[in-house]
Design a binder for this molecule. Structure first.
Ligand code: UDP
Length: 330
């Protein structure tokens, strides 16, 4: 079976994808600098502790292992932080990806699956968002991801690099049978923040604006289960290993849920009341973002398992309780 290097494999989506690949029989090698990732998530794999800023460190990984393809998750992904410290984002996300690509090409490894994002679209012209919509990010994080997509396109033409850029919508949930889940240095995402009001970690959740142009006034997003993201990565990898050309593909359920719907779902799933405060709008939040996933179904043969928001939140809640207990034990 092929050997797959999962860069950023100790993170949230990376660890779920590593698990998916391992189940499918691939030989998984995780590369991570553990700046954001968790050692607890990668105990079952061969791990190379390398920072992508260290080109010789990357070269050594390729020299010592025959790597057939790379899945690349290693990036900073906090929108607010990217506005405050763009340099950090351009170096870590863009420059370090160039290092990874340099080593790949030197070692003749020319297949990569990449975590892109719906943030590359910026404020969408219309919903559902399809892959051919204009990409015009509104923050440095989105810019870094779009730049990398463009770099891939040029490297494909010049060096024959084949890539699948997977543009995720809002990753959510956790794998029910594994001790992995969403665990960020700074938590900004709505589902864990809602659930933390129920573990007692925080007092309430602030809804960032209830005067949007949506049926209940709160923003609509497309929450896609992390196991569904993982299966899409495996399918994209299989396409590349089978000789496919490069593609850019949205990964979402195609269903939008508002912030209030998320809160209602969390209350249904947990049987507890979520303490809510209505606050001001957060800068840069479009009214509504949800995917067209027709291309993913057609090209990858992808099927979304989690189409019901309650089921997604149930897995997030199981994980959040485990995480709360882990934090308490330290
Ligand atoms: N949101 C909120 N309160 C919070 C965090 C998020 O109302 O404390 C809203 C946010 O304005 C957006 C939605 O929840 O409309 C999803 O935000 P998140 O940060 O989870 O993901 P994003 O869509 O920004 O990637």
């Amino acid at each position: 079976m092929e050997t797959i290097l999962v860069a950023g494999g100790a993170g949230y989506i990376g660890s779920h994808t590593a698990y998916e690949l391992e189940k499918a029989g691939y030989n998984v090698i995780v590369l991570d600098n553990f700046s954001e990732g968790h050692r607890e998530f990668v105990k079952d794999y061969k791990v190379c502790e390398v920072d992508l800023a260290d080109i010789d460190g990357i070269r050594k990984v390729f020299a010592q292992n025959k790597i057939d393809a790379v899945i690349h998750f290693a990036a900073f992904a906090y929108v607010g932080e990217s506005v405050q410290y763009p340099e950090k984002y351009y170096y870590n996300n863009v420059v370090n990806t160039l290092n990874l690509l340099k080593a790949m090409i030197e070692y003749n490894c020319k297949k990569i699956v990449f975590s892109s994002t719906c943030a590359t679209y910026g404020i969408p012209e219309h919903t559902p968002i399809s892959e051919n919509q204009k990409q015009d990010p509104i923050n440095p994080y989105g810019n870094t991801k779009l730049m990398i997509e463009k770099i891939f396109k040029d490297y494909d033409r010049a060096y024959g690099l084949k890539y699948y850029a997977l543009r995720y919508f809002n990753a959510a949930g956790a794998s029910p049978e594994k001790n992995i889940g969403e665990w960020h240095r700074i938590e900004t995402h709505i589902i864990p923040l809602v659930l933390r009001t129920l573990t007692g970690e925080s007092k309430n959740i602030t809804i960032f604006g209830d005067d949007y142009n949506t049926p209940d006034g709160t923003c609509i997003r497309d929450y896609i289960h992390v196991d569904d993201l993982a299966s899409a990565h495996r399918l994209a990898l299989e396409k590349l290993l089978g000789g496919s050309n490069s593609e850019c593909i949205n990964l979402g359920t195609g269903i939008g849920n508002s912030v209030k719907e998320i809160i209602n779902a969390a209350e249904r799933v947990t049987g507890k009341k979520v303490p809510v405060v209505i606050g001001a709008r957060r800068e840069g939040d479009p009214d509504s973002l949800y995917a067209s996933n027709e291309k993913a179904k057609e090209v990858l043969g992808w099927e979304v398992k989690y189409t019901n928001i309650d089921d997604i939140i149930r897995t997030a809640w199981e994980w959040e309780k485990k995480l709360h207990a882990m934090k308490a034990a330290v």
